[in-house]
Design a protein around this ligand. Structure first.
Ligand code: AMP
Ligand code: MG
Length: 487
């Protein structure tokens, strides 16, 4: 275990030089205080969880103090936002403080979000508000606990600094951890500004530090792009399987490592709705739940365009062609497990599609449906779930096929089935209304709800004593929350 002043830095991205990022100091928050910290994320830096309570912790992550070895930098990048290229992006309110390496030899980027203005702030104030910082904190740690690759969150620091959004709010900072903060938009920036030397420098940095196994291939860039396609296919399969809607899949919000990145108006589905749009500024539904799959591929094509100096168009096309089949295979594999099947059958996809069709337009809670399906013996479970469907006859017909399908699976007792299904079907999910309740309390100075929600979501598959309230269907008001995009 290390104390805060014992962290060891090795700022590899900063060393790329001024073409990639600009030195900027954090602007401190007034009266910084700990809102919540993740002991699991602290362990990634070998930090003792008790350190979170020390005043110096809030000072460091509230922008008041800095390690001598830290080199805070705002990164430059661009990207496609809602389909249009925006050449003017970059860290407008976040700073890469440096890269810390832990005892296991892993490097973690320390990124302080809400740290004040930078040369890339455009018209923005460089700040993040408490509500959006809490949402990102809860989501990153919850996704990780579900087994979905994500950036991590070390802590949220609250303050008295006034920040103006639709109304006056309070500024906060979130300390984000990720193995790298390189986005698709980094490559787009150097491609569209016609800086081939720097683009090559970035590519080599990425290959050496994050895709070293690709360097052993005859065409390292080609191997790396293929790997990026594979990781994204798997990531988006997990989003779709667990009902996670990102909301702002612009290419500047896509991590080159294939992890969930840059949280805004995201949501987990409550009632199943394939066409769900969680971002209220997304009038056309470009980033609706079911569009995440084609958009994932679109984003990879935008990245492919930026990689044309390194990789032949044919090789890029070939790799892009892998996206959908890989996505489908991962998705189906996960959904089979969610349905309790232990082996694959040809008709599984049809069975699953029919179930989702029946859910559409009914009021079926997406997460609880799968959890309840494993709670009881299959016949009893479907009998208890049928009332939630509008087309009950349709559901009964589906249930008959489902029961036949279960019967063809290797025979084992209900206890084993339940255990297997519960290990992939969470009881607790970060519902918008749960986040909202915790945020409302935090805004009036009570951080206990945020902390408890974080605890519950860190073990989403295990039933926890006294936490039944977190495992229920949302109240009607909770299903229709408008999450503001201005964060
Ligand atoms: P986002 O929608 O959060 O991914 O942000 C898109 C771009 O706007 C990024 O370049 C951000 O750094 C920048 N940005 C967002 N909010 C602010 C803010 N309050 N101040 C300065 N820049 C911001
Ligand atoms: Mg962003």
């Amino acid at each position: 275990m290390k104390a805060l002043d014992e962290l060891t830095f090795d700022n590899r991205f900063a060393r790329l030089g001024d073409a990639f990022s600009t030195h900027v100091l954090p602007e401190p928050l007034d009266n910084p205080r700990l809102v919540v910290a993740s002991s699991a994320a602290m362990a990634l830096l070998d930090l003792d969880p008790a350190t979170a309570e020390s005043p110096v912790f809030a000072e460091l992550f509230g922008g008041h103090k800095l390690w001598a070895e830290a080199e805070p930098r705002a990164m430059v990048y661009s990207g496609h936002q809602f389909g249009s290229y925006n050449p003017q992006l970059g860290d407008g309110r976040g700073l890469l403080l440096g890269e810390v390496y832990n005892q296991a030899g892993e490097h973690w980027d320390l990124h302080l979000k809400g740290a004040g203005q930078t040369p890339y702030s455009r018209m923005g104030d460089g700040r993040a508000v408490l509500r959006s910082s809490i949402r990102e904190f809860l989501a990153s740690e919850a996704l990780h606990a579900l087994g979905i690759p994500s950036s991590r969150a070390l802590c949220v620091i609250g303050s008295d600094t006034p920040v103006w959004r639709e109304k006056q709010e309070r500024g906060a900072m979130l300390l984000r951890l990720a193995p790298s903060h390189i986005r698709f938009g980094h490559f787009e920036y150097f491609y569209y500004t016609k800086k081939p030397e720097q683009q090559k420098q970035l590519g080599e940095h990425l290959l050496a530090l994050h895709f070293p196994e690709c360097l052993e291939q005859p065409e390292p860039y080609r191997a790396m792009f293929r790997e990026i396609v594979e990781r994204n296919a798997e990531l988006i399969a997990k989003w779709q399987a667990y009902g996670f809607c990102h909301g702002v899949m612009n290419t500047d919000n896509m991590s080159i490592l294939g992890i969930t990145f840059d949280f805004g108006p995201f949501a987990f589905l409550d009632d199943f709705d394939a066409h769900f749009i969680c971002n209220h500024s997304d009038d056309q539904g470009r980033y609706s739940f079911s569009n995440q799959v084609p958009i994932g591929q679109w984003n990879l094509s935008a990245l492919a365009q930026a990689l044309t100096p390194f990789i032949s168009v044919e090789a890029l096309r070939e790799a892009l062609g892998l996206f959908l089949p890989l996505y489908q295979a991962h998705y189906l594999d996960l959904m089979r497990r969610r349905l309790g099947f232990t082996h694959a059958e040809d008709d599984d996809q049809k069975l699953l599609e029919r179930l989702l069709q029946l859910m559409q337009g009914s009021s079926v809670d997406y997460s609880l449906f799968f959890r309840r399906l494993g709670d009881q013996a299959p016949a009893l479970a479907v009998a208890q779930l049928r009332d939630d469907f509008v087309d009950i006859k349709g559901f009964d017909a589906w249930a008959e096929l489902y029961l036949q399908r279960v019967a063809r699976d290797p025979i084992q007792g209900q206890a084993a089935r339940r255990e297997r299904m519960h290990a992939v079907n969470p009881l607790y999910i970060l519902r918008n209304y749960l986040a909202q309740k915790a945020i409302d309390a935090a805004e009036s100075g009570d951080y206990s709800l945020v902390r408890r929600l974080h605890q519950v979501l860190s073990r989403p598959f295990e039933e926890q004593d006294g936490m039944q309230g977190y495992a229920e269907r949302p109240p009607e008001w909770g299903k229709h929350l408008e999450i503001s995009c201005s964060s």
